[in-house]
Design a protein around this ligand. Structure first.
Ligand code: NAP
Length: 252
């Protein structure tokens, strides 16, 4: 039997992993709020969903801003219904070695990943606990285990793992599960930006990443969307507080 159709929020869904996840959750039968910094940038994801027969709403919001988050979650509840699925995917990188990392670069990364996931989860849980059902998925990363040039990003992604486990403990009794997906190398604009920063052609960067991966390829946004689709499903109700590495090989 298909799952009950729900209202899902996917942040950072204008492109990359977020866009693939929004499309997948819509294909699973859910109405999807496509949240990104610029409302206009959400159009391609929203159009792809509606053209395929799904329901979607574009919402411009900065997840690191408390007021913006409150307005966005309210707009979703009014426009689509009470959100009971939340995917905290919005992310930025501001890579540099520690001695060159500015305080602004540290704060910006913490703001989007950690503060953003906190603000969005706190706003959405009010609807989930009221409905007695909820699914929160946070995007961590294999970088949580440490990655040169990413002191800010790896700290934020490791922090999201602790955040995930704590929310799982607090919200479980209300029918809400909270999990993290930690991708390895996924082919998106974010990894293209990393290639550019280190001065390597993207194709070469992809080949190097594939050869360092046990399944001998890089990941695609759909690989992550597939895992998220499982975690937000009704049948995954006994999976909570987990960090699932989706990295083409073993990590823990
Ligand atoms: P992406 O292509 O750069 O997309 C990220 C999206 O988030 C962009 O549309 C961006 O908007 C949006 N965003 C940034 N700051 C925001 C804010 N304050 N409020 C709302 N939206 C905001 O990234 P991706 O590769 O798909 O990554 C998605 C998530 O997976 C991130 O959390 C990332 O850290 C994580 N991840 C990615 C990889 C990978 O290999 N790609 C690996 C591990 C984890 P703008 O375009 O306007 O900036």
């Amino acid at each position: 039997m298909p799952d009950t159709p729900r209202v899902a929020i996917v942040t950072g869904a204008a492109r990359g992993i977020g866009a693939a996840t929004a499309l997948r959750l819509a294909a699973d039968g859910h109405a999807v709020a496509v949240v990104d910094l610029d409302e206009g940038a959400c159009a391609s994801t929203v159009d792809a969903i509606t053209e395929a027969g799904g329901r979607a709403l574009a919402v411009g919001a900065d997840v690191s801003d408390e007021e913006s988050v409150a307005v966005a979650v309210e707009a979703v509840a009014t426009g689509l219904g009470a959100p009971t699925i939340l995917v905290n995917n919005a992310g930025i990188i501001r890579d540099n070695l520690l001695f060159k990392m500015t305080t602004d670069d540290w704060d910006a990364v913490m703001g989007v990943h950690l503060r953003g996931a906190f603000l969005m989860s706190r706003a959405a849980q009010a609807h989930m606990t009221k409905e007695g059902f909820g699914r929160i998925v946070n995007l961590s990363s294999s970088s949580a285990q440490g990655n040169r040039g990413q002191a800010n990003y790896s700290a934020a992604k490791a922090g999201l793992q602790g955040f995930t486990k704590t929310l799982a403990i607090e919200l479980g009794r209300y029918g809400v599960t909270v999990n993290a997906v930690a991708p390895g190398f996924i082919q998106t604009d974010m990894t293209a930006a990393t290639a550019e920063r280190i001065g390597m052609p993207f194709e070469e960067f992809l080949k190097a990443a594939a050869s360092a991966t046990p399944v001998a390829r890089v990941g695609q946004p759909d690989d992550i969307a597939h895992t998220i689709s499982f975690l937000v499903s009704e049948g995954a109700g006994f999976v909570s507080g987990q960090v699932i590495y989706v990295a083409g090989g073993p990590l823990d």
